[in-house]
Design a protein around this ligand. Structure first.
Ligand code: ATP
Ligand code: MG
Ligand code: MG
Length: 380
């Protein structure tokens, strides 16, 4: 079966690697260069997008910022999963918030902003501090402002106005202000829904961000009450959208109650640990769901940690000498802060996982890999 993926980055690469044993042959559309490539070898195919669509049995996406004309072509083919509404909700925070409100799923109180007065209203209505985000762009905490006092309104507004002005009538640019949530921690749930509405939902992951970027995820230690809330939000939202494929939902945990931060209509960085912590990874389950195959086992085999490799030239080879440590390199060109790869590590129990994390700290310096030592100490 031929699967066309919109986007040709590491997520498409990992879906391709896990699709191959299922006899799923992946081609990727690189939105930047308009080329159809193999997401692992990066070899180019002699296909136009139209030909690749015609030749595909199934079409899916590794990211949500897909140009409208491309999305329209894929939807017209009737082969595209998870569907246009899901991609739109993932790519525009205003649509996402409306979806959450409709499903009665709690999220951070917000105010949409298209003019300066709305920003002033937001401070009155939501209080301070505010987290202000572009609705249509932004990932890894980019395209955001923090407003701590009224004095900052004029400065922040002038920066925002540039973004708003760069929108067009057809593709408007808008901004959203959210109340800053004093969360205890951030968690996410990753799950799959198949074409018959069946679910396979992974154990909830605890996520650590550094300067807005995910640096470390820990899976296997979340209380049942948190898991229940996450599963119920996942089922509500995906059912409402008739979603097919893997979806991720990021939450704030405030005193044991979950509040949605954002959703991602795709496989997600905080689910990379499933490559070795569970029998069937998020990449395999996404491919299974969109291809109409039965979903795989998502139960926890071993508590696991995923460590992002940001801006580094390589993954130190010594880490591979530690049992149950695996390296995942994406083969991209090096840039400061760029997601170059990740390291997964598992243990039979908390103590064993802590021990392996401590061994890793010898090769992974704190400034480049924050939180590894602290996580080890917590699990001891
Ligand atoms: P991603 O790479 O996950 O898609 P993003 O650029 O879409 O990131 P968000 O997830 O919205 O950004 O925000 C990045 C981080 O900023 C969050 O993980 C959280 O730590 C913090 N943050 C965002 N919104 C809020 C909020 N309303 N209250 C408190 N912290 C927030
Ligand atoms: Mg996001
Ligand atoms: Mg996020």
């Amino acid at each position: 079966m031929n699967v066309l993926i919109l986007g040709a980055g590491q997520l498409a690469r990992m879906m391709s690697l896990e699709g191959a044993p299922l006899d799923l042959n992946v081609r990727a559309f690189d939105v930047g260069s308009n080329r159809i490539i193999h997401p692992v070898t990066l070899d180019e195919y002699e296909f136009t997008l139209e030909q690749a669509i015609a030749d595909a049995d199934v079409i899916t996406a590794e990211f949500e910022h897909i140009p409208d004309p491309v999305l329209a072509l894929c939807c017209q083919s009737g082969k595209f999963y998870p569907g246009k509404a899901a991609i739109k909700a993932g790519g525009d925070r205003a649509i996402e918030k409306a979806l959450l409100d409709k499903g009665n799923v709690p999220c951070a109180p917000y105010q949409l902003i298209t003019e300066k007065q709305h920003l002033i209203d937001a401070v009155t209505k939501l209080g301070k501090p505010l987290v202000i985000k572009t609705c249509q762009a932004g990932y890894d905490g980019k395209g955001q402002w923090r407003l701590k006092s009224e004095d900052e309104i004029t400065q922040i507004w002038s920066e925002m106005a540039d973004f708003i002005a760069s929108g067009t009538e057809q593709f408007p640019h808008t901004i959203i202000a959210e109340q800053m949530i004093p969360f205890d921690r951030e968690v996410s749930v990753i799950g799959a829904r198949d074409k018959d509405g069946r679910f396979a939902i992974y154990p909830v992951t605890e996520n650590q961000h550094t300067n807005g970027v995910l640096t470390l995820s820990l899976a296997g230690f979340v209380e049942a009450s948190i898991q229940q809330q996450a599963v119920s939000a996942f089922k509500n939202l995906t059912t409402e959208m008739d979603y097919v494929g893997v979806m991720a939902i990021e939450f704030f945990d405030v005193d044991g109650t979950l509040m949605v931060n954002e959703i991602a209509p795709r496989v997600h960085n905080s689910g990379h640990w499933t490559q070795q912590g569970t029998p069937c990874s998020q990449f395999e389950n996404h491919m299974r769901a969109v291809a109409g195959l039965p979903l795989g086992d998502v139960s926890l085999q071993k508590p696991s940690v995923m460590i992002n490799v940001l801006g580094q030239p390589n993954i130190p080879h010594q880490v591979l000498a530690i049992a149950d440590v695996k390296s995942h390199w994406y083969g991209k060109s090096q840039k400061p802060g760029r997601k170059m790869g990740h390291i997964n590590v598992s243990g039979h129990n908390a103590a064993e996982l802590a021990d392996k994390l401590m061994q890793l700290t010898e090769f992974l310096p704190e400034q480049d890999y924050p939180g590894v030592r602290a996580t080890a100490e917590r699990l001891k």
